[in-house]
Design a protein around this ligand. Structure first.
Ligand code: PRP
Length: 209
């Protein structure tokens, strides 16, 4: 059996559709239940839905052989896994955003609110800017509005959340998309199975291009 961790939610549904089209269907997954684990014995595949930010934990520790995680999560937590393929799904950007009239004159320590403390620290370190990181868990856009921070480092997809909160992108840090990842020892011991999934998924990615 190949254990596959899928990110629960909209992205996960697209990812599952890709696995299905690649020849690894599991029809019971579409039944509207609260079950979290589904398997197709004939295809030797078992899917489970986990929180998107937890996928890499399951894969790193071998509870899942492969999984799909956003590049943001991989950069933030740096899990010890193989990154096999860019699925070209869930595309967005990691960006610095702030109120329209904000200008960083570089004079005092910059207050940065974010869920992605590692990504933010690495970015500001690379440009030699002193920052004070404020770790938040969601609704990051509120921070500069209430003067909790000067700027935010967050994911921007359509840009609607920024716009509706009178913020704008100041700098784009990185493009983000979903990646197929594998546990390192599974890649060795279930190599054939993982290789064949990888090849079929690769074809789907090219087709969708
Ligand atoms: C993400 C991100 C932004 C929003 C960007 O939030 O943190 O708030 O999506 O999308 P947009 O550019 O299309 O508006 P998410 O929905 O994951 O919630 P949270 O960060 O507030 O938990």
């Amino acid at each position: 059996m190949l254990n596959v961790a899928l990110p629960k939610g909209r992205l996960g549904e697209k990812v599952y559709a890709m696995f299905e089209a690649a020849g690894y269907p599991c029809p019971s997954i579409k039944e509207n239940t609260r079950k979290l684990i589904f398997e197709n014995e004939e295809k030797q595949v078992r899917y489970f839905w986990v929180k998107p930010s937890d996928v890499s934990i399951y894969v790193e520790r071998g509870a899942a052989d492969i999984g799909v995680a956003g590049k943001d999560i991989l950069l933030e937590y740096e899990p010890d896994v193989y990154e096999l393929l860019d699925l070209n799904l869930g595309k967005c950007r990691m960006a610095v955003a702030a109120p329209k009239d904000f200008y960083d004159d570089g004079e005092k320590t910059l207050k940065v609110a974010t869920k992605f403390t590692n990504i933010a620290a690495n970015y500001y370190n690379s440009i030699g800017r002193d920052i004070d990181i404020i770790k938040l868990n969601g609704s990051i856009e509120i921070a500069p509005i209430l003067s909790l921070s000067d700027v935010i480092v967050d994911i921007v997809e359509t840009g609607t959340t920024l716009k509706e909160n009178d913020l704008e992108v100041k700098t784009e840090i990185l493009p983000i998309s979903a990646r197929l990842i594998a546990n390192k020892s599974s890649f060795k011991f279930k190599g054939k199975l993982i290789e064949s999934v990888l090849k079929s998924i690769e074809k789907q990615v090219k087709k969708d291009d």
